[in-house]
Design a binder for this molecule. Sequence first.
Ligand code: SF4
Length: 303
Amino acid sequence: MSIDEKLRGDNEAMWVPTELLDYKISVGDLAFDVCPTNRNLYLSKVENVDLPPTESRFIGRAAERLYFNMYQAITDHVKDNALSKNYHRIDPWTLLHSADADLIATSIEETKKKCSSADFEATDLEALKVKLKKVLDFEAHIATSLVQNQIARMPDHRIGSFYDDLMHFSIEPTFEAEELGFSTPVKPDFIYSGKTIGDIKTGNWHEFMNLNLTAYALAYELDRHQHMDYGIIHHVKFSNTRQVPLHYHTKFQPITNELRTFFINRRDSKLEVLKNKTDPGKPNKTICEANECPFIDHCWRMK
Ligand code: SF4
């Protein structure tokens, strides 16, 4: 068997080493790879230090919910009108703009139920609504262009089925992947067309954000016994000087052997921290700052 094949998730090469089998980690804790020594994990899981509240987590979750809610609204709209043969009424632009306040309010309300109350209280809700409206306006343009462009090229009787080919997303599927060391079911943001795993990221880009996507792909391979070699990272950043959300780091990302090896190394080093329960020490402070670690005040106010 080649090294390439060994690193695929459908064999035991990716499983947790025997000596670490008693320790588990969530995908969130694995992928929040801000600290080269894993001190953040030691603080939160061994010392039980709470993460400081931050609006960035709430903004990220709310943006995700909005994408999912817009996708569902457009899907229902196209399918309902195709089923009733009211093809002339298919119009994502009008749909999204007539329901924009509801979609944004629902997304915030759903996020409030899932996030910590401290993160909610740290969030500027009016500023968040402005950010979400930018996402909605931008996606209304994109969705309308995609859908109407397809409709312009096909006879009426095919409109009912084209949407599944064009917008074939599975939203938040779950996978069991205990053998990879995960403590809970793994839930990626989406799978596109059954072949590409997807993750939505907000805020400043960090290279460690690739870890989420890799963890999702490997969990998919273990659970479904099928290869998952590609991913999409949809990166969303907001700027007060732009009317549109910024997607500088949105990309198609192959799940390479380098990423798979990176995943194994980081997972095992984190499980070691949970096993040893000793302070792994601090890296250079410039790394803490570059990675925007939320524990900076905690770690660097100490001697
Ligand atoms: S502040 Fe630095 S040392 Fe402390 S957990 Fe974060 S990255 Fe690690």
